[in-house]
Design a protein around this ligand. Sequence first.
Ligand code: ADP
Ligand code: ZN
Ligand code: ZN
Length: 754
Amino acid sequence: MTKTWYADIILPLAVRGRFTYRIPDDIFEAVKPGVRVTVQFGGNKLYSGIVCTIHDNAPVLKNVKTIINVIDTVPAVNEIQLKFWLWISEYYLCSEGEVMKAALPSEICFNNYKPRLVTYIQLAGIFSDNELHEIIDKLAKAPRQQEVLSTYLRLTGYASGSEIKPIGKSWLLKETGSNPNIIEALIAKGILSSLSLVVTRLNDSDNCKEPINKLSEAQSVAYGSITTQFKEKDIILLHGVTSSGKTEIYIHLIEEQLKIGKQVLYMLPEIALTTQIILRLKRHFGAVTGVYHSRFSDCEKVEIWERVADNDPLNGYRLILGVRSSLFLPFSNLGLIIVDEEHDGSYKQHDPAPRYHARDSAIVLASMHKAKTILGSASPSVESYNNAVNGKYGFSELKERFGLIKLPAIIIADTREAYRRKLMVSHFTPELLQAMDEALGKDEQVILFQNRRGFSPYIECSDCGWIPVCIQCAVNLTYHKTISKLVCHYCGYNADMPSKCGNCHSTGMVTRGFGTEKIEDEIKIVFPAARVARMDQDTTRNKNSFNKIIRTFEDRRIDILIGTQMISKGLDFENLTVVGILNADNLLNYPDFRAHERSFQLMEQVSGRAGRRQKQGKVVIQTADPANKIIRLVLRHDYISMFRMQAEERMTFNYPPFCRMVKISIKHKERALLNYYSDILGRDLKEIFGKRVLGPESPVISKVQLWYIKTILVKIEREKPPAKAKHLIIEAIDRLEKEKGASSLKIAIDVDPY
Ligand code: ADP
Ligand code: ZN
Ligand code: ZN
């Protein structure tokens, strides 16, 4: 009797574990790790899954189903990717299927992916000058055909004996204003011929490459120390003040890797940032440079995927610039991962699973490729800096800006005092207005930062204090003036602006607080001659809107740009000299153990946009609390003191990086039942972990889309491997799920939820 073979398969489901299917004999040869196969699961549903392992251990289950067919001839996913998915699923406590869903571009598109073919026209053969003249003369009776032929010759510059060049059929038609029949006639006469060529959907011409910049002295020292440390360390933290040339250093490191035939992944936290950096990289590295983010269509994503998988030195991408999801591209030969702005919170995916941190996962991915990782920031995360201090990471520093330009001067503007003395002009302090006035007078540019979009974060009845809230979430509705609606930023629910109070029917509804829309309105009144634009989630919904705004600002066709955190990071504008932070207080008062670290980083980051080239920039920070210790540290650009202060606090109160954290969110549509079940889990976990369990408690937003939410935090000791503690947490959750009625709960686990 011959052996029966089985395959363990990952299916795109939230259920943990792999699924075993029998391999029919006739497709045995085709079933390999990494190929996609079609299988049936639960009822009659068909899924495509990824084959992981092949074995002959018959599963205990009877009626093992059979693989229906094999989709790929070559594996869609390589072995390192499978290993990486497994790591993510084990570390972040999710299923491999959830990782698969995040990792693969949409399934539909994968199957339908067709290279784009374009019709080209060329001469049907090599003709001598005489022959050509004869042909043209003969066409005198068909002047339209004659014109098409001469246009072809002109556009391709064909001369006797030279190489025949195809040109796009649509181009030829457009140039001659003729119709396809005329070209067909020339083809029928054997003068022209048509052919189909594969063209890329991704528009990247290989513009001539420029040599990379020579490093400054300070940069050379840092670069030297990085390459030396890489001999012993796999991870290096590069702490360089804003505009010190971190990007230049990355470019030198990239060049080294490409020279030895390795791939490089360059990660950024925000799509908006790719706009400028991609140009800088392509200028030096040309067509091997690709970019990857969620704004691409699924078919474009598949094409990028194919080009990363393609090891062809001409067509393959070897340098990828991307946001967190680029970790899942099919790299086979990484030499270096760069995590720029490594402190940035956008590297963490909170929802849905996999709830991974792209910086931490990048380090693991790099180690699977035996590659190096460089983390760069002007204000590193407390955990990365701590790892550098204790020697786990290598460390390198750039303390001055390129060209020895001074870091921007910080001016702290006291809003409370200005209100009291009636000096505020709408939401602007005299200090900010003066700085803006001076800059605009010299044709310099200004950025105003406000971390709230919309017109005002809430509206209120001036008689009774009633505030409209979302019907599905425990959230105040934000007023958006452009669309004249109240909008929930958590679920998207919207309603018309009420003309009367919903409680006392008074007509005295007033707007409270301010968002980017309101700042835009007001600044246009204060500086009527200035050209004003806004960059936030609402103005960047289209695929190319980031590019457009950034280009327009670069071209100096915008004087004042207002924006949310989108404009705070990494952008490099030559003529920008003044940055205004309109309300530092709502950054500082956020209830989170990282609020202070985050607001320092954000303020330092936004400030870093000012005065990057010719002269020192100016930053005005508006606050009602000018004595605030974090603001005092930003004033001196004093990262080290901020780090020490935060590290000490976290050591005292046992927070990361001195412990690990796992957050469990429990949701139920009924508040009482949520309390009941979350108490059960809380008690259960406390029996295991004691005082290291915090909660259950209501988070700041305690209801979203009709689901009430409670959270439980479990702190795990740093020193011990976390796998055991995680296992105990999973077991406790399994026990809760077995309680009567618990199936109406939604439970989410978030490892390192920060
Ligand atoms: P960072 O990444 O630290 O913010 P960048 O690499 O963007 O700094 O450098 C800031 C500016 O100075 C950029 O416009 C960059 O082109 C320029 N610059 C930095 N180093 C050099 C160098 N060695 N040669 C030429 N220009 C440089
Ligand atoms: Zn009222
Ligand atoms: Zn809502």
